[in-house]
Design a protein around this ligand. Structure first.
Ligand SMILES: [Zn+2]
Length: 331
């Protein structure tokens, strides 16, 4: 296995302290059919339920990623990323995160005995900071938003490996397992639709790569808040609006790094990007809670999006999966 540049194809080893190509291109992962992923460090990750959910006289399937060990889907990527870099001897990492990736990577890192520093926006919720620190990681609060946290992490790397869930393709490699799991849970079949909240696109790109291995794509529908919708604007060729604070803090990314990759994945799936009102996200969160499913606010955006998309009816034979991305205890 090795990284290669998406633009000029230059190769880099997995332990490279470069996190992107000198030409400015992002890394992708080359894996031979004989390459096996390491599965040594575990904190109890496993198959998450695909739950039947009937609402508005429509049937949906909730993919309960909130039930992962640290409470979000990011554990899939963290599991593979940390297992692989632990094997090649990385002892010290740094990353930036709005919270969930930080918790996931910090948890697997401490289980692997890897020293971890997480750069977070200074308005990250106390619950998320407490969780990252509970795993023994050092947190550095950076003012002025998520993009500044990213810049600070890259600037202060020193001898640390940049274990970024956005730049490092090993993270996306781990996310593929979600596609394979959904396929198995549907008795070796691909659903018609998958709705998910999208910011940096880690789940979207991971699902795309996973379903490509299976050989068939569902329609991917990415859901963003009307207050911060860079993918929606780029996908539909709309002018860029000023980005505002949304209740869906985990999808408040103003300039996602892999925007073009996300657009390619959605187009290939004949999917769509939609926006929802913050009030509808909160309504969906409340609705899920009343049904016994406590989710992080951002995680309700997928349901809000599906209900809006199918407001005039949904064909009964469409199997529509909605990704429940994070647990309510995280806030
Ligand atoms: Zn290059």
């Amino acid at each position: 296995m090795y990284f290669y540049c998406e633009k000029c194809k230059k190769q880099y080893p997995l332990n490279s302290h470069s996190y992107m190509c000198e030409c400015g291109g992002l890394f992708r992962l080359h894996k031979d059919s004989s390459d096996e992923l390491v599965r040594e460090i575990s904190i109890g990750e496993g198959e998450t339920p695909l739950l039947d959910f009937r609402t508005n006289n429509q049937d949906y399937l909730l993919k309960m990623e909130s039930m992962q060990p640290t409470g979000s889907f990011k554990d899939r990527g963290a599991y593979t990323l940390i297992n692989e870099i632990h094997k090649i001897g990385i002892k010290k990492i740094a990353l930036d995160s709005s919270g969930n990736a930080g918790s996931a990577i910090a948890a697997y890192a401490t289980a692997a005995g890897i020293e971890c520093t997480v750069y977070i926006p200074d308005d990250t919720s106390k619950e998320k900071i407490d969780q990252i620190e509970a795993y023994g990681a050092k947190t550095v609060k950076v003012p002025n938003g998520r993009m500044k946290a990213c810049a600070a992490a890259k600037m202060n790397l020193g001898d640390a490996y940049y274990a970024s869930h956005v730049y490092n393709p090993l993270f996306f490699e781990g996310m593929k397992s979600m596609a394979h799991e959904i396929y198995r849970q549907l008795h070796n079949d691909v659903p018609e639709y998958i709705f998910m909240p999208v910011a940096n696109g880690t789940m979207l790109i991971g699902l795309f790569l996973g379903f490509m291995e299976i050989g068939r794509l569902p329609h991917f529908v990415a859901v963003q808040s009307k207050k911060c919708a860079p993918l929606y604007e780029a996908f539909h060729g709309l002018p860029e609006e000023p980005k505002r604070t949304t209740v869906a803090s985990a999808i408040r990314i103003e300039k996602p790094r892999r925007l073009q990759e996300m657009i390619r994945a959605i187009k290939a799936s004949d999917g769509d990007v939609i926006t929802v009102e913050d009030t509808d996200i909160l309504k969906s969160k409340k609705h899920l809670g009343e049904r016994g499913i406590y989710v992080e606010t951002t995680a309700a955006a997928g349901l809000a999006g599906a209900l809006q998309y199918f407001k005039n009816g949904k064909p009964d034979n469409y199997r529509v999966v909605i990704a429940i991305t994070g647990h309510g205890l995280k806030r």
